[in-house]
Design a protein around this ligand. Structure first.
Ligand SMILES: Nc1nc2[nH]cnc2c(=O)[nH]1
Length: 381
């Protein structure tokens, strides 16, 4: 799972210890990025929708502006380019490409195919997430996302589920269901018909695309990117930034085409003029949103790379009660408080994370014990 393999048998133990420490730090940093990204995005989204006066608009207009939001979710990827060059890259593997893989398709084509598929999935979930959030049913359905991620991970990534992971998933589902933050974009009067097939598709497709993208990302790191010559058959963090930049580039392109083709770009001027705090704040809030989405996305792909898609989704969903707390503190929404239900959800998040971390701790300990055993056996020979 990690990027570094100590070559000398004698120093293998110390190298493993060092790598594990580095790995734990990376996991905590990525987790922090997800929590920060989730919180900043929700605070800024609420600010945006409050300033945009949605509740006073007609129902039809309340569901607009979703291509813009989808574009904002992906467009700030260029800020990652300098970071990409700062991260070290291993020496490229000099072996001929055909020796590295039995697959007939050359690695370069597989990488392009991976990024294009992920770019399409990300654009689909960005657009539909922006739209689905405006439906009341979203709060109920978003929990299903983790179940889908688990199913995809079991079938596509062959992830094995033990009792600690299952316990973590159950606590996460409860935390997300009861601890979700208030969202100012939801129309006051929901007119969606429970039998409206289109509304169900709008709610189901972003969860499907999001869950599938996590599994595909994990598959990409483990089976495609490690096989490219550039990374010399190693897993390095640079891959996370490369994937994020390339996938966001494709998703940005698709969202831009959507924005132009739908004619939504014509509404931007009116939107900025209607913004209660004025045009400058309109631009600043979109800029802040775009940067926060990148913070979130790097944390998310980082955890997929370091652990798995399921773990990344668990951490993302466990952030809900914390985000709800920040929203309660920052806004004065009617009937929005941090009551016993949300406190319980926060406890659920803590237990979910504790359970998954305990599983990871046990896995790492087992790795060290196995190495010790191997070294002892070698010493005896
Ligand atoms: N579908 C989906 N899209 C997202 N975009 C950001 N967060 C989410 C999420 O939880 N689900």
């Amino acid at each position: 799972m990690e990027e570094f393999q100590g070559p000398e048998p004698r120093s293998e133990n110390r190298s493993l210890e060092f790598n594990q420490r580095k790995w734990w730090i990376s996991v905590f940093v990525c987790g922090f990025l997800i929590f920060s990204g989730d919180s900043l995005v929700m605070l800024l989204l609420n600010f945006f929708y409050v300033q945009d006066n949605r509740s006073e608009s007609n129902q039809d207009r309340q569901y607009k502006g979703t291509w813009t939001q989808a574009l904002i979710q992906n467009v700030a990827f260029p800020i990652l380019i300098p970071l990409f060059f700062m991260f070290p890259s291993p020496k490229p593997n000099q072996e001929p490409v055909s020796d590295q893989t039995n697959n007939k398709r050359p690695p370069f084509l597989r990488v392009v195919l991976l990024y294009v598929s992920l770019g399409v999935l990300v654009s689909v979930y960005s657009k539909l997430y922006a739209l689905a959030k405006l439906y009341v049913g979203w709060g109920i359905l978003v929990s299903a996302q983790l179940i889908l991620t688990s199913l995809f991970s079991a079938f596509i990534n062959r992830v094995k589920f033990n009792r600690w992971i299952i316990l973590s998933i159950i606590f996460t589902l409860a935390a997300d269901f009861f601890g979700g933050p208030e969202f100012a974009g939801t129309p006051d009067e929901d007119e969606t018909d429970p039998y409206d097939f289109k509304a169900w598709l709008i709610l189901i497709f972003p969860t499907l695309a999001f869950s599938l993208s996590l599994s595909l990302m994990q598959l990409g790191f483990e089976k495609v990117l490690v096989k490219t010559k550039r990374y010399g058959n190693k897993k390095v963090f640079r891959m996370v930034l490369e994937m994020q930049i390339c996938v966001s580039f494709i998703a940005t392109f698709i969202c831009l085409v959507g924005l132009l083709a739908s004619g939504e770009f014509k509404e931007l001027k009116g939107d900025s003029e209607r913004f209660k705090k004025g045009k400058t704040y309109y631009v600043l809030s979109l800029l802040g949103l775009a940067l926060s989405w990148q913070v979130w996305a790097v944390g998310l792909s980082g955890l997929v790379f370091l652990v798995s898609g399921v773990f990344a989704d668990v951490v993302h969903m466990c952030a809900s009660p914390v985000v709800a707390l920040f929203v309660v503190l920052a806004f004065d929404f009617m009937d929005d408080d941090f009551g016993w239900q949300r406190r319980g959800a926060l406890l659920g998040s803590v237990l979910a994370l504790a359970s998954y971390f305990y599983h990871l701790h046990k896995t790492k300990k087992k790795e060290s014990a196995e190495l010790n055993k191997r070294e002892n056996n070698n010493g005896e020979v």
